[in-house]
Design a protein around this ligand. Structure first.
Ligand code: URA
Length: 433
C-alpha cells in the first residue's frame, strides 16, 4: 500500500478499506506521510466525499491516535455535550448541572474561545479558584463524587485531528462534511462518553450559516457517533442572534447562574433545557417531553443550582460567587450604546456581536492572547425588539478605555432596522437522532 495509490483511489471516488484509512492516519501522525500528499488526499475527499463507513473508520482512527478517556466505570451514565460554537453560548454551564442532578455523569473536556466564539474553560476560570487543569485521577474522582466535572482538553487528545485540522485550514479543505464530522466526532469519541448531545448552531454567528448545511453536519455526526457505539443525538439551534443577553466570560457565568436560580427565562433557558432533555431522555429511557418536565423541575426546585455549587466547590472554585454574583469583579468602564434609529431590530449579526466583545478584551484574536474575564457586553435589546432613538441597546464592559470606540463601531455594524416587525425566530430548528 502506498499513499500515492490511496490518493488515486479517492480521486476516482472509490471507497477506501479500514486498513487503508488506518495506514493513512498513522502515517500522517508519525510524519511518514508528508503534508503535501495528505493535502492532495483531503482535496480528493472534498470533491469525492466519503461513505459513512469510511468516515466512521477515519473517526475511530483519529480518536485512537492519542490518549482516550476510559469512562466505562460509569456504565451507561456518562454524558457529554458539544456545541459547534456560537456567541453567548453558556449552555454547558446550565445543561451539565441539570443532567448531573438527574443522575447523569457529565465528565467532560471543554475548549477555550477563539475569535468571535467563547469557550467554556475561559468562562469557568472567571470563578475564583476553579481549577481547569486536572490530573486524570482528579478528573475521575470529581466525576465520581459529584457526577460532574469539566476541565480543559488534554494535550494529546486526537493528535491526528489536531495536525489534520491545521493542514485543512491552509488548504481550503475545512468545509468538507466527512472531514468536519470525523474531526469533531474523533474528539468526542476519545473523550469517552456513552451519551453525546450535539448542538449544531446555525445562522450568522455559527460555523454553519444555513439550515441545510447544519442539517447535513448534524445527520453526519449522529450517524457516525452511532456507528462508533455512542448514543448520539443532535439539535439544530438558532445562532442568528446571540444566545441570552450576556457575551463575555464572567458576564455569561452570571447569566447562567441566574438561569439555574430560575431568575432568567427566555432563549437561553429554552435551548439549555432542550439539550439537557435529550440526554435525560436517553439516560432514563423516556421521551423528550417527559424529560423536559424533569429538567424544568430541576431548575424550579433548585436541585440543578445546588448541583452547580457542589461542582464548583469540588473543582476548587468559590461557590459563594454563585449565591452572590455581585462578588464577581466588575470591569472599570461601562459604556452604553444608544440607538440612533427608531424601528424594529430586524437583524443582529451574532458574529459581529461576538467580535465586538472580543474587541473589548473578552476574546482572543490569536491563541496566545490574554483575555479580560470581566470584559464583554450585555444586550438590552435583541432582534425583534422595537427601539426608539436614544434607547440603550447594549452596555459594553472593559478595563481598557481605548477599546470602546472600535467595539462600538463593530457592534453598530451588526444591527439592521426595519419599520416592520420581523418574523419570530425558531430557537430549536430541528432534532436529529
Ligand atoms: N471544528 C472542528 O473541531 N473540526 C472541524 O473540522 C470543524 C470545526
Amino acid at each position: 500500500m502506498t499513499i500515492y495509490d490511496l490518493i488515486t483511489k479517492k480521486k476516482h471516488g472509490e471507497e477506501l478499506s479500514c486498513d487503508e484509512i488506518k495506514y493513512l492516519v498513522k502515517g500522517f501522525t508519525d510524519g511518514s506521510i508528508p503534508d503535501y500528499q495528505m493535502s492532495a488526499f483531503c482535496m480528493a475527499v472534498y470533491f469525492c466525499g466519503m461513505t459513512d463507513r469510511e468516515t466512521s473508520d477515519l473517526t475511530m482512527a483519529m480518536a485512537e491516535s492519542g490518549d482516550t478517556v476510559d469512562l466505562s466505570a460509569f456504565g451507561e451514565l456518562s454524558c457529554d455535550k458539544h456545541s459547534s460554537g456560537g456567541v453567548g453560548d453558556k449552555t454547558t454551564l446550565i445543561v451539565a448541572p441539570i443532567v448531573a442532578s438527574l443522575g447523569g455523569i457529565v465528565a467532560k473536556m471543554s475548549g477555550r474561545g477563539l475569535g468571535h466564539t467563547g469557550g467554556t474553560v475561559d468562562k469557568l476560570e472567571s470563578i475564583p479558584g476553579y481549577k481547569t487543569e486536572l490530573t486524570p485521577d482528579e478528573f475521575m474522582s470529581i466525576s465520581k463524587k459529584c457526577g460532574l466535572c469539566v476541565c480543559g482538553q488534554s494535550g494529546n487528545l486526537a493528535p491526528a485531528d489536531k495536525k489534520l485540522y491545521a493542514l485543512r485550514d491552509v488548504t481550503a479543505t475545512v468545509d468538507s462534511i466527512p472531514l468536519i464530522v470525523s474531526s469533531i466526532m474523533s474528539k468526542k469519541i476519545a473523550a469517552g462518553s456513552k451519551n453525546i448531545m450535539l448542538d449544531v448552531k446555525c445562522g450568522s454567528g455559527a460555523f454553519m450559516k444555513t439550515v441545510e448545511d447544519a442539517k447535513l453536519l448534524a445527520e453526519g455526526m449522529v450517524t457516525i457517533g452511532k456507528m462508533c457505539g455512542r448514543n448520539t443525538k443532535a439539535l439544530i439551534t438558532n445562532m442568528d442572534v446571540p444566545l441570552g443577553f450576556a457575551v463575555g466570560n464572567s458576564l455569561e457565568v452570571i447569566e447562567a447562574i441566574d438561569v439555574l436560580k430560575g431568575k432568567t427565562k427566555g432563549d437561553i433557558r429554552e435551548v439549555s433545557v432542550s439539550l439537557a432533555s435529550g440526554l435525560v431522555a436517553s439516560l432514563k429511557g423516556i421521551d423528550a417531553d417527559q424529560a423536559k418536565l424533569l429538567c424544568e423541575k430541576a431548575i424550579d426546585d433548585g436541585t440543578a443550582f445546588m448541583k452547580f455549587k457542589e461542582w464548583i466547590s469540588c473543582q476548587g472554585g468559590n461557590a459563594e460567587y454563585a449565591d452572590n454574583t455581585d462578588l464577581f469583579p466588575k470591569a472599570k468602564i461601562e459604556y452604553q450604546i444608544k440607538s440612533t434609529h427608531e424601528g424594529y431590530i430586524s437583524h443582529m449579526d451574532a458574529e459581529k456581536i461576538g467580535l465586538s466583545s472580543c474587541e473589548l478584551g473578552a476574546g482572543r484574536k490569536t491563541k496566545t492572547d490574554i483575555i479580560d474575564l470581566s470584559a464583554g457586553l450585555v444586550l438590552s435589546k435583541k432582534t425583534g425588539d422595537f427601539v426608539k432613538s436614544g434607547d440603550v441597546i447594549a452596555t459594553l464592559y472593559t478595563n481598557d478605555e481605548s477599546r470602546i470606540s472600535r467595539a462600538e463601531e463593530v457592534f453598530v455594524s451588526a444591527l439592521e432596522f426595519s419599520e416592520e416587525m420581523p418574523e419570530e425566530m425558531t430557537l430549536v430548528i430541528d432534532n436529529v437522532g
